[in-house]
Design a protein around this ligand. Structure first.
Ligand SMILES: [Zn+2]
Length: 472
């Protein structure tokens, strides 16, 4: 016979113990906590634990979850303290998976851990951009080509297993021109293409050299003294004639460009995306303008060159961008520039703001100083002086003459250095980020081993009623 007090204690104690404390086995590590702690975050997996769940093990009186124990310790800590921090030894996506398993929003992470949380996100974004650039040196397989051209339900492919000769040739030509690093022949084609681009640009630049000009002279009658005329030679500077070998070089280069763009257009999988590419437009306009000017010269007998017509043909220099396709790093530089466009536009905005303020101020400072040789006649001169000062070029044709103007000019130079130099690290960092990812990506294998989903055996209902008390 037990005393009344002790009976009361033994009746209430085990029941209270089991109710208030709970054991969670996560991936082999046992965690113990109060039941009340888990109720702190309603509508999460842990707040709804009951012995009826399949996770419950009545023999060990614990809940078993086959999840990451390291990540779980932070999640359990969230229930205890109300603050969710990232574990430092775990990769971002893994922790996010864990969070979604436990029914916790990832936005609940504390601000001090946001950087860790966004880091992998930006890495994934960068890798996606690199993927879209198609920088791979790996040659695409026949399957890739079939998919790219949309030939999956091609009649010949389904019935006989291979494509018709015409389609196969189309695929081969496409690969030769669009995947410059895929085979030896495509490498040779790339080198030829590069050679013609450089040759065409070199011809464009060299033809303006006076050494390659043919001086044209005309005979004029000059009156000397009284009633005597003599013939004199005057060089004709209005029309300049260029030695004809430049035209031959241009024709050879442009024949290649026409051949290349026509062939590429014929074999492209999507005519629409081909026509929306800026590079193709540059290529087309460069050649088109060359032929147009040639026709104009021939019909109107310009003999030589016309500066206005040649100004437009500067577009052919933009063909240089085609070289980007041959070199992945160049493509990455352009991409990182466009990724930093928000910073660049901010830079331009601040630059113009500073130019306008400094230009107007310089003009009024000089005017108020009442000095004799004032060079800043209007705000236009002031602005042009401010541009050359802030961009730290310093042309030096127009300068402030008064003492206050000189001091203000010096301040403007310092401000200019700050404005130009401050956003630079951001652009450089973007490029470094892209570049390091590119390097890592090129060293990694393309194909990964797939993990098959686990086959979970069907749950057998426990023989012992799941009331939490097991007695043997
Ligand atoms: Zn934190």
């Amino acid at each position: 016979m037990l005393p009344t007090q002790l009976v009361k204690f033994t009746e209430s104690y085990p029941a209270n113990m089991n109710d208030s404390r709970i054991i969670l086995n996560v991936g082999g590590t046992r965690f113990e906590t109060q039941r009340a702690t888990l109720k702190k975050l309603p509508a999460t997996r842990l707040s709804k634990l009951t012995p009826q769940l399949s996770f419950y093990d009545p023999i060990l009186n614990e809940y078993f979850f086959d999840r990451h124990p390291g990540a779980f310790s932070q999640i359990l800590n969230y229930y205890r303290t109300g603050r969710l921090h990232y574990p430092t030894n775990v990769c971002g996506p893994l922790f996010e998976d864990e969070l979604s398993f436990w029914g916790i929003q990832r936005e609940e992470v504390e601000p001090c851990c946001w950087m860790t949380y966004t880091k992998h996100r930006s890495t994934q974004e960068t890798l996606q951009v690199l993927d879209s650039l198609e920088l791979d040196t790996v040659r695409s397989t026949t399957d890739d080509i079939v998919k790219k051209f949309g030939w999956e339900d091609d009649f010949d492919l389904i019935t006989s297993g291979h494509l018709s000769n015409r389609k196969r040739l189309k695929g081969i030509i496409w690969q030769l021109f669009e995947e410059p690093r895929s085979s030896l022949v495509s490498k040779i084609i790339a080198v030829i293409s590069m050679f013609f681009i450089i040759l065409s640009i070199a011809a464009f630049v060299l033809r303006t050299l006076p050494a390659f000009e043919i001086a044209e002279f005309t005979l004029v009658n000059v009156t000397i003294g009284y009633n005597r005329t003599k013939q004199a030679i005057i060089s004709n500077t209005q029309q300049r004639k260029i030695i004809s070998s430049f035209d031959t070089i241009e024709w050879i280069c442009n024949s290649w460009f026409i051949f290349e763009i026509t062939l590429r257009f014929l074999v492209t999988p999507s005519k629409r995306s081909f026509c929306s590419s800026i590079l193709n437009w540059i290529d087309f306009l460069g050649t088109f303008w060359f032929i147009l000017t040639y026709i104009l010269y021939e019909t109107f007998y310009f003999h030589g060159y016309n500066a206005a017509l040649d100004l437009v043909s500067t577009i052919r220099v933009a063909r240089m961008f085609k070289l980007c396709n041959l070199h992945p790093r160049l493509k990455v530089i352009i991409t990182s520039m466009s990724y930093s466009s928000s910073v660049l536009s901010l830079l331009i905005f601040f630059f113009f703001l500073a130019v306008m303020v400094a230009g107007a101020s310089l003009y009024y400072i000089e005017r108020l100083s009442n000095i004799k040789d004032n060079q800043l006649i209007s705000i236009v001169e002031g602005v042009s002086l401010a541009i050359s000062t802030i961009s730290t070029l310093g042309v030096g044709e127009v300068v402030p003459k008064s003492l206050s103007g000189m001091i203000f000019g010096a301040i403007t130079t310092v401000v200019g250095v700050l404005i130009i130099d401050l956003p630079m690290p951001i652009i450089v960092e973007t490029f470094a980020n892209f570049n390091s990812h590119l390097q890592t990506r090129q060293q990694l294998p393309k194909q990964r081993r797939r993990v098959t989903p686990a086959v979970i055996p069907r749950k057998i209902k426990p023989l012992i009623p799941p009331n939490g008390h097991v007695r043997y």
